[in-house]
Design a protein around this ligand. Sequence first.
Ligand code: R5P
Length: 290
Amino acid sequence: MIILIIGGSASQNLAAKVANLLDEQLCPIETRRFPDGERYVRIKDEISDEVVVIQSTGYPQDENFMELFFIIKNLKDIGAKKVKVVIPYLGYSRQDKRFKPGEAISVKIIAELLEAAGADEIFSINLHEHKIIEFFNILAHDLSAIPLLAEHLSSKVDDPVIIAPDKGALDYAKTMANIIGCEYDHMEKTRISPERVETRIKNLDIEGKSAIVVDDIISTGGTIVNASRILKDQGAREIRVACVHPVLVDDALLRIFSAGVDDVIATDTIKSEVSVVSVAPLIAETLKNG
Ligand code: R5P
């Protein structure tokens, strides 16, 4: 069966790589902005029964989502029977609960809108919280790009220690350490007094070691800057940083390098100057097996 691959404007290169790996056709589409800012979408080829749409939803999130809704709904309107939607980075994921009364649970609304647009199956990568999957009533998958980052790093570093900057990232550190074959740990905040909180590495001695800090997202860079300063203070010889989603707000990269980090790598779930590891093989393999 022929499957058509469509790349939204945020993931054109990634979509082309996936199409190439699957030996499937990349469908030409036109997406642009009208002078007043409204979005225009046109599918420029005959479509097949099954279509895969790949569109990341980092900045500008609202535009990328609107374009994605238009593509999905348009495909269904012009005859696609099944639309699989790959969203490498799912924007709005950090608003996954009502932190204050009256707040919108944004990512839940996004899940409902994707379904209403006609998505039949969703694939995303390292969702900020795995339970986001439960907001979808259609089949949804949370893939992991940590093994790809680990494989990339394993040839570049000698006997590193993998550090999670907080307990939430511990699973990523564990997965990466198991693949590279090294130790891992996480940073922990301890309250010394009502006024003082100390962040330190839970168990390992980092003195003279090469550290790899791993996290799902780098947004402002604050988490990584804090972790890197602590690693420097505790004598780390070298600090590398790996993340799946390089959101990289403003001068986040500059702040990270200024904190003494030697290298930053990320995947291409979001386009950035540190997106050196492609998630295309992960997406292609998943689609092939699905
Ligand atoms: C937090 O739960 C996430 O895993 C990241 O640590 C966080 O989103 C990073 O944000 P920032 O770069 O702004 O510190």
